[in-house]
Ligand binder design. Structure first.
Ligand code: ADP
Ligand code: G6P
Length: 483
């Protein structure tokens, strides 16, 4: 059978993106670069420690998928998305419908019936690619909002494997989720998993409330009973909270590299040796609160509360989803605002806001964290926010201040940060000033407590915890009602 000839992996990760993106060079050759975002940062370091693992995902450009290949000790299985899938499944349903709806409708979600059809068929393609490569009795771990139908689609093909699902972004309150056309299909798709994980307790509660209210299924604590067809026995699905993290020790270890330390010092020199450096690092996404941050920064300069000769802000804004309208608008606004701030306040030969619209390698990123006195994470809504944890892991010297939005998942754990409501611009300004003036001993107290949290709870522990829980979940033995 096909199954006998297929490669067999004990653990198969399925995500919209592979950990690497293919780029076609001018001479026609293919180059592979790390894909953007927190999902890849986290799962890439998990998979490096897994033997005979596989990752099923899209290679980042429309058209024919490359052949499966090995990288970093795992096998990568590229899934094809053609131009229309990219427009309707990826940019459309995933990033113009689900993303804004799941992030508290910071921008209006768009609903188009054609996008749903494409979401359905793309999810089928991921499921079809993943199902045959799992070993008998193996584990398939599906990730994130782009693939919510995949757990159920895999279950229909393979009832011998354990299926886990983890949502890296928030799950919205039932009042918002109910707006989604096809909402029940999404819930049934997810409930194909044996274990469903969320970042925050509030996400788990929102999901459970939606299942109860919209599907009427029985819920007992963290166990959902999914009825079978006719007299078939009920299948139990576990729903739990697993806050994701980073490879804390690896990030921390980079700070001991003399080249990176020297680079951190050099960065400060290049900025003109300011007294303080303030840093923001985000994908250029409207959920990250970059506009709110720049508004606060601009006002502090206008007020004369900060002197651009003494204090410089660096804003790294990684290009993201550049063909989606809300992202184009955001880029225009951010770049206009940065231009205005610099025009009004920057001394000659030196920025008030150094704006970086490109990616950096991990070493340069670590140097930036080491050079920053204050890091601003002002997300209006964020599943977790790994940047916050990376900053903490980059400061074994126990100096530096993290300003953290209470709307980021990380705020549940990083209680010792300077917590802010980024919608309150006056509060945000006060928090920035307080952070800039914080005495070294106070920085040390706060950073010590933050580090305790981040170093103890790394991404390896997170994955271990999830997979162990999945291992003890019930084995499937019944057929669910149709999607
Ligand atoms: P999201 O998943 O929404 O992008 P996170 O903060 O959880 O947000 O994760 C972002 C990840 O991408 C972090 O690991 C961060 O260091 C990395 N990153 C962000 N911007 C850049 C950039 N310009 N170059 C390289 N890595 C980046
Ligand atoms: C977030 C999402 C990921 C996504 C990443 C980058 O981290 O949770 O699923 O991959 O952003 O976004 P992109 O659309 O470029 O994949």
């Amino acid at each position: 059978s096909v199954q006998d000839r297929s490669p067999q992996h004990e653990l198969v990760v399925v995500a919209n993106r592979l950990p690497v993106d293919s780029r076609t060079l001018p001479d026609g050759a293919t180059e592979w670069v790390t894909s953007p975002g927190g999902l890849v940062t986290a799962m890439e370091s998990v998979m490096r420690t897994v033997e005979s693992g596989a990752w099923v995902g899209w290679a980042g450009s429309p058209g024919e998928a490359p052949d499966p290949f090995d990288a970093d000790g795992m096998r990568l299985y590229p899934v094809r998305l053609d131009q229309s899938d990219v427009e309707r499944y990826y940019e459309g349903y995933s990033n113009a419908t689900l993303w804004p709806l799941y992030h508290d409708v910071i921008v209006d979600p768009e609903f188009h019936r054609g996008w749903w059809d494409s979401y359905l068929s793309a999810n089928r393609r991921f499921a079809a690619a993943a199902a045959p490569v799992a070993a008998p009795g193996g584990t398939i771990w599906v990730h994130d909002y782009q693939l919510q139908l995949v757990p159920r689609m895999i279950r229909d093909k393979r009832n011998d494997v354990r299926i886990g699902f983890f949502n890296h972004i928030p799950f919205p309150p039932v009042e918002l989720f109910s707006q989604l056309p096809k909402r029940n299909s999404i819930l049934r798709g997810l409930l194909g998993a044996d274990l469903i994980g969320f970042q925050r307790e509030s996400d788990t509660l929102n999901f459970v409330a939606s299942v109860r209210r919209l599907l009427g299924y029985h819920v007992d604590g963290t166990t959902i009973s999914v009825p079978g067809i006719g007299a078939a026995p009920v299948r139990e699905v576990q729903v739990e909270t697993f806050p994701i993290s980073i490879d804390s020790a690896a990030v921390s270890a980079l700070t001991e590299d003399p080249e990176i330390c020297e680079r951190a010092a050099e960065l400060r020199r290049e900025l003109g040796d300011p007294e303080k450096v303030v840093l923001g690092v985000d994908r250029l996404d409207y959920t990250k609160g970059i506009r709110h941050r720049l508004k606060a920064w601009g006002e502090l300069l206008d007020d004369g509360s900060i002197d651009p000769h003494d204090i410089v802000m660096i804003q790294v804004a990684t290009p993201s989803r550049e063909r989606v309208e809300a992202y184009r608008q955001l880029r225009d606004e951010v770049e206009l605002t940065v231009g205005r701030i610099n025009g009004e306040h920057a001394p000659i030969g030196r920025p008030a806001v150094s704006y970086q619209h490109h990616s950096f390698d991990r070493r340069e990123m670590t140097a930036l964290f080491m050079a920053a006195d204050v890091v601003l994470v002002t997300a209006l809504r964020d599943g977790m926010n790994l940047v916050a944890k990376e900053y903490v892991a980059s400061r074994p010297d126990l100096q530096g201040v993290l300003v953290l939005s209470e709307f980021a998942g990380a705020a549940d754990e990083l209680r010792a940060a300077v917590l802010v409501n980024p919608h309150d611009i006056d509060e945000l300004k006060a928090a920035i000033l307080r952070s800039l003036a914080m005495p070294p001993e106070e920085q040390e107290d706060s950073m010590r407590s933050l580090r305790h949290q981040v170093m103890e709870n790394d991404v390896q522990a997170w994955a271990h915890h999830f997979l162990e829980r999945l291992e003890t979940s019930q084995t499937p033995d019944s057929e669910d009602a149709p999607l």
